[in-house]
Write a protein that binds this ligand. Sequence first.
Ligand code: TYM
Length: 334
Amino acid sequence: PRRILSGIQASGALHLGNYLGALKRFTELQETGAPLFVFVADLHAITVWQEPEKLAAQTREIAAAYLASGLDPAKAVIFPQSAVPAHTELAWIFNCVGRLGWLDRMTQFKEKSGKHKERSSVGLYTYPVLQAADILLYKATEVPVGEDQKQHLELTRDIAQKFNNDFNAPGYFPLPEPLIQGPATRVMSLRDGSAKMSKSDPSDLSRINLTDDADAIANKIRKAKTDMEPLPDTVEGLEGRAEAKNLVAIYAALADTTREAVLAEFAGQGFGAFKPRLAELAVSSMANVTAEMRRLMADPAEIDRALAAGAEQAREIAEPTIAEVKKIVGFWQG
Ligand code: TYM
């Protein structure tokens, strides 16, 4: 049976990349009717330091973004990862299934640990193993994510396969498919078309935050780096023009259309004409989401109710699976 699952880290400030690469996709998938699990990855967030007095608010903020972008607690199971202990339990077992060599290849750890590998938390290193546990605990078959999570999904499949083999449990864990789809699976920085849009970029002009108001959004698009050429009439014509390519992809994703259709409309026009239209589109498509996020955050009772109900539903699914896994591994049953 199909089961769709994904998560976003509770480490603050969501941006347009998270919105187009993840949030917007979740709400589209919700309408397919397949069971959908969407959680706030607070266990993942603490792999780098989080102020304890801020963490719960950050968790609520991601949950608010889920609700504001259209996830319906009656259709999707929305929960904080730390409220389901089985994530951590399964992660430990997977720590003993996954191989050091597999983790050594993870590019995200290399990026995030930077020059200070020996001072990174152990959790940051084993982070993808926890992600595998998140996914396989629910026997998810499809995982909608941005391009940057592809390698973690491959690791998840490797862990599933090795577990199934090692414990002679063929097919016990399904091999989940990453859903990396649409025109905006890798939204780039507005200041540098070769860098991913990310919350860790020191320049706030590099990204559109989900909390930016209309003026800030328009200003950032006006200041976005571009070249001097008019827009081409084919997608191939965008090759070698990273910034142009990125803005066209963002337009297509916001307008729910293809890059081809965007170019059909704007071919031959320069950025002086394109940018104001993009700004208008970005403001109008995100305004409702940001306004609704603000409303929800003003009184978190509704968010907390959704998270509590979601956590209960998630535990109901997770508990029998972790019990079964413990049996498969051979732990004492009493
Ligand atoms: P996180 O919190 O960094 O990002 C959340 C989602 O946003 C996507 N994303 C982007 N998409 C397009 N362009 C960008 N510039 C961009 N930046 C981020 C990410 O690909 C992701 O889909 N490890 C995960 C969270 C996680 C998870 C999971 C996901 C934990 N357990 C289980 C799926 C399944 C992460 O750090 O995402």
